[in-house]
Design a binder for this molecule. Structure first.
Ligand SMILES: Cc1cc2nc3c(=O)[nH]c(=O)nc-3n(C[C@H](O)[C@H](O)[C@H](O)COP(=O)(O)OP(=O)(O)OC[C@H]3O[C@@H](n4cnc5c(N)ncnc54)[C@H](O)[C@@H]3O)c2cc1C
Length: 389
């Protein structure tokens, strides 16, 4: 077992960290207050090769491995970049670009990946509906084949990047009677007739990432825009994407915790009460120690998922464990960060207030904590039944 991260990966992480610290982080607090998507950040991410991070160079990508992708995302958050930017990156690169790269036809890859890598097009992923979140297979959006196209009808809820996206990966029922095995995935371009985007939903945090509903009314999608195989359910696009989502897209949570630890340690050394710095009090030291433990534990679990993906292995249970531990840990870190700052932690001028709001999403998106436990138990029991009770 080798825990050493190759030097070139560490150099890459350092390069991304320095770029983010100098170019993106200084605007984070102001951008969040405005709640606007930053096209300037987007262009800079593209120029750094981060929008096409895991994709082959022939499509304009940077050919980064899953671990290198995780390290870059961790570095962005560690530098203090606003969480909305990394969330939008995740929806674009991991949820939209990745399924095209892994499961798309050569024509689909050639048509869409270069535009996603340059950031000329923004990608999004539409699975959740108003009535089906955790129970994603209960989706009601349908796709019916009609001649040389599919007709989509229904709606999607909470879609990251929807207000600015040019390309949507959409899950729809192609055989409703077959449940999960009757779901297929489509590449829907924004200009498709019958597609409309709802108003921007105002969120608690991650406010620079725009979120909206999508509506499909006899939406015409060319037949060749079916992604992967017909009726693949969640075994194709869904499964592979979710494993990456629960590693590379959750990696910013590690960087965010690291950033908070630095901010809190520094504050605890400066702020004095009872004639001593806060850092001298065991109760504060324990909070800082808990943060360090949360970071190291989450990091190992997330890197393990990335390593499994690099070996081409399935990681459903490992990804669920990593996502569960990291997101719950980050929420505890956020709580303690506000506690260490006292009343100042409740004031918007301080980054811990923003981190507290942003972090709340981590136990909800990409499957709630309850859903991760269902996955972990299912995987465990599957092995248990297979080996005999
Ligand atoms: C900011 C934001 C961005 C998002 N971006 C996207 C996106 O880009 N694309 C996309 O498709 N989706 C997106 N989502 C949707 C997200 O994935 C869902 O919100 C999430 O899966 C939970 O679904 P839900 O909100 O409908 O909650 P519900 O499924 O209604 O769950 C409500 C509560 O009940 C619990 N629960 C549900 N079922 C069970 C069970 N069987 N046992 C125990 N507890 C259970 C849940 O854990 C949760 O605590 C986004 C959401 C947010 C808030």
């Amino acid at each position: 077992m080798d825990f050493a991260i190759p030097q070139e990966y560490r150099d890459f992480k350092e390069t991304v960290y320095r770029f983010a610290k100098e170019r993106l982080a200084p605007q984070a607090q102001a951008l969040e207050a405005k709640g606007e998507f930053s096209w300037d950040n987007w262009r800079q991410l593209a120029d750094m090769g981060l929008l096409g991070l895991p994709f082959p160079e022939r499509y304009g990508g940077s050919a980064a491995s899953p671990l290198a992708t995780c390290l870059a995302m961790e570095a962005l958050a560690h530098a203090g970049v606003d969480a909305g930017t990394t969330l939008s990156w995740g929806a674009h690169t991991i949820l939209c670009g990745l399924p095209i790269w892994l499961l798309g036809s050569e024509e689909q890859k050639a048509r869409y990946l270069p535009k996603l890598c340059t950031g000329e097009w923004v990608g999004a992923f539409g699975l959740t509906e108003a009535g089906s979140g955790s129970d994603a297979a209960a989706l009601q959006t349908t796709a019916q084949r009609q001649g040389d196209h599919w007709l989509l009808n229904g709606s999607k809820m909470f879609i990251t990047n929807a207000p600015i996206a040019d390309l949507f990966i959409i899950f729809a029922a192609t055989n409703k009677a077959a449940g999960n095995r009757g779901i297929s995935t489509f590449l829907v371009e924004r200009q498709c007739k019958g597609l409309s985007v709802g108003k921007n939903l105002h969120k608690m945090g991650n406010r620079t990432s725009l979120t909206a509903e999508l509506f499909f009314d006899q939406c015409e999608v060319p037949a060749e825009n079916l992604l992967g195989t017909l009726h693949a359910g969640f075994t194709g696009v869904g499964k592979e994407t979710l494993e990456w989502e629960r590693s590379c897209m959750i990696a910013p949570v590690i960087g965010g915790m690291e950033h908070m630890l630095e901010v809190c340690a520094s504050y605890a050394k400066e702020r004095r009460q009872f004639g001593q710095p806060l850092a001298a009090f065991p109760a504060i030291q324990h909070k800082l120690a808990n943060m360090k433990v949360a970071i190291e534990g989450s990091r190992l679990l997330i890197y393990r998922v990335a390593w499994l993906k690099e070996q081409g292995q399935a990681a459903m249970q490992e990804a669920a464990i990593a996502k569960l531990i990291a997101s719950e840990a980050a929420n505890r870190v956020a709580y303690d960060a506000v506690q260490i700052f006292g009343g100042y932690g409740y004031i918007q001028d301080y980054p811990v207030e923003r981190f507290y709001r942003d972090t709340r999403l981590s136990t909800l998106g990409a499957g709630t904590s309850e859903v991760q436990k269902i996955i972990i138990a299912n995987e465990m029991l599957k092995a248990f039944w297979q080996h005999g009770a």
